[in-house]
Design a protein around this ligand. Structure first.
Ligand SMILES: [Fe+2]
Length: 508
């Protein structure tokens, strides 16, 4: 609980300070997940810097590392905090062999610490014989004393405290269960109609009131609630109809086969009809049946980290409001027409759903810089991706499939088409003023997934995560026990697979 509370505090601090405008450093006038991620990195860096500077002056010790400063700062909050038990991990590099390990263990005993894990290995560093990892529980005050006293000895090349229980702002908090997505609703507000004079609904009081009412539904929403029904007005349904017709017109020719197949299914099930905006609850049930994806109503654009985290749980955060009637073919922010026509069909495709979830899983615990890269990959694939199909280029990106103008531009000869390679796609600058000059083309979703997996394995996160669909929980695979459980599950799956293959080979 302490870890979650600390992380929440950091997130609140971050939320208060941010204001998404050019004047405050937001990188562009047009909103995108990529620019959001870039801006969040900047704000988090500034916030972290000021938190650390404050902590450093309080700790009054120039020799402490970043984690230790945060620990020292936490210890000064109150006498209870000083004496609170802290789980920590120390990495000690021994210069003169294992004989000095005894001194460390004695010191831990003297400071009333209890060791939960001890591990040593030959060091690869010159002049150091062994690296020792010690996981322990100790009061914060004693832990700082222990570190200081060990540093005075010449037997140790270095002593490092590794953050545990999120004592540091370095390890970003992430949800471990789908219910914790209730905490992932940090909004960005730049394009709400009442805040932006250029918004098509700025001067329309009725529209602004409507947006407010629908936003309230999302704010009140909690995990496992049914998504409230919205009786869309005739005007809203008319806007839907206009866009729906353009999609019907263009997509048979330019959308990828997977999109077309699900689109037809949605028509057959009468979820996609011309005269009525689908309800998110009906769409969520459809997705659940096909790939296990579900929807949560979102009041507007979320932070990139929150948005990506939801995908890890096969949850898509979808807006429920409708763009302004005067601007049916253009919206400065995503609305439910974009979400429904652009995103939903492919979220019901097993391969694409898996790809989306893998982007989400890769984002959990990622650094701010990596969130930027993942957002860029997301942008050039899920939003604006192209793919090959029998020698032709087809669209699968939601931003293309729900936008008449950009779709025609993307598949034309004008822009450059490059092969999708996550490492280079992730650092490609995003053009925010007009249509993209570059689009990335995937061989197939399967191929895109494979390349993405290889690239993610090079990221800095020191642990692997896995989504357990039975518990809707993300498991951090950081212990032998957890790996054992996973191996048992995989063996069972493998047995089913082998049996099925054998039965297919010899049916009699
Ligand atoms: Fe989108």
């Amino acid at each position: 609980m302490m870890a979650v509370a600390a992380a929440q505090k950091n997130r609140e601090l971050f939320a208060i300070k941010k204001s998404y405008s050019i004047e405050n450093g937001y990188p562009s006038r047009r909103r995108s997940l990529v620019d959001d991620a870039r801006f969040e990195t900047l704000v988090v860096k500034q916030t972290k810097q000021s938190v650390l500077e404050e902590a450093r002056s309080k700790a009054n010790d120039a020799g402490l590392t970043e984690d230790e400063i945060v620990l020292a700062n936490a210890a000064t909050e109150s006498p209870e905090a000083e004496n609170a038990l802290q789980s920590a991990a120390l990495v000690v590099r021994l210069k003169d062999g294992m004989s000095s390990l005894g001194r460390i263990l004695k010191a831990i005993e003297n400071y009333h610490g209890s060791i939960s894990h001890l591990e040593s290995r030959q060091s690869r560093e010159e002049g150091v014989q062994h690296d020792v990892l010690i996981k322990l529980d100790m009061t914060r005050a004693n832990l700082l004393q222990l570190i200081r006293s060990l540093r005075q000895s010449s037997s140790f090349a270095s002593i490092n405290l590794l953050a545990e229980n999120s004592i540091s702002v370095k390890a970003p908090w992430f949800p471990k269960h789908a219910s914790e997505l209730d905490n992932c609703n940090h909004l960005m507000t730049k394009y709400e109609p009442e805040l932006d004079m250029n918004h098509p609904g700025f001067a329309d009081k009725v529209y602004r009131q409507r947006r407010k009412e629908i936003a309230e539904i999302a704010f009140a929403y909690k995990f496992n609630d049914p998504i409230p029904f919205i009786p869309y007005t005739d005007v809203e349904n008319k806007t839907w109809r206009s866009v729906f017709r353009t999609v019907l017109d263009l997509n048979p020719k330019h959308a990828c086969a997977e999109y077309r197949a699900v689109f037809k299914k949605l028509q057959d099930e009468k979820i996609f009809v011309e005269d009525r905006i689908p309800q998110l609850e009906d769409m969520s049930a459809f997705l659940k049946k096909n790939t296990g994806f579900t929807l949560r109503p979102a009041a507007g654009l979320l932070t990139a980290r929150d948005f990506l985290a939801s995908l890890a749980f096969r949850v898509f955060q979808s807006t429920q409001y409708v763009r302004h009637v005067n601007s049916p073919y253009h919206t400065p922010e995503p609305d439910c027409i974009h979400e429904l026509l652009g995103h939903m069909p492919l979220l019901a495709d097993p391969n694409f759903a898996q790809f989306s979830q893998e982007i989400g899983l890769a984002s959990l615990g990622a650094s701010d810089e990596e969130i930027e890269k993942l957002s860029t990959v997301y942008w050039f694939t899920v939003e604006f991706g192209l793919c090959k199909e029998q020698g032709q280029i087809k669209a699968y990106g939601a931003g293309l499939l729900s936008s008449y103008g950009e779709l025609l531009h993307a598949i034309s000869e004008k822009p450059e088409h490059r092969a999708f390679e996550p490492a280079s796609t992730a650092v490609q600058p995003y053009q925010d003023q007009e249509y993209q000059p570059i689009y990335y083309v995937a061989e197939s979703f399967e191929d895109a997934k494979e390349k993405f997996r290889r690239w993610v394995s090079t990221m800095s996160r020191p642990f692997e995560v896995r989504f357990n669909p039975h518990t809707e929980r993300v498991e951090v695979l950081d212990s032998v026990d957890k790996l054992d459980t996973l191996v048992t599950q995989l063996n069972t799956e493998l047995m089913h697979l082998t049996n099925a293959i054998e039965k297919l080979r010899s049916p009699f």
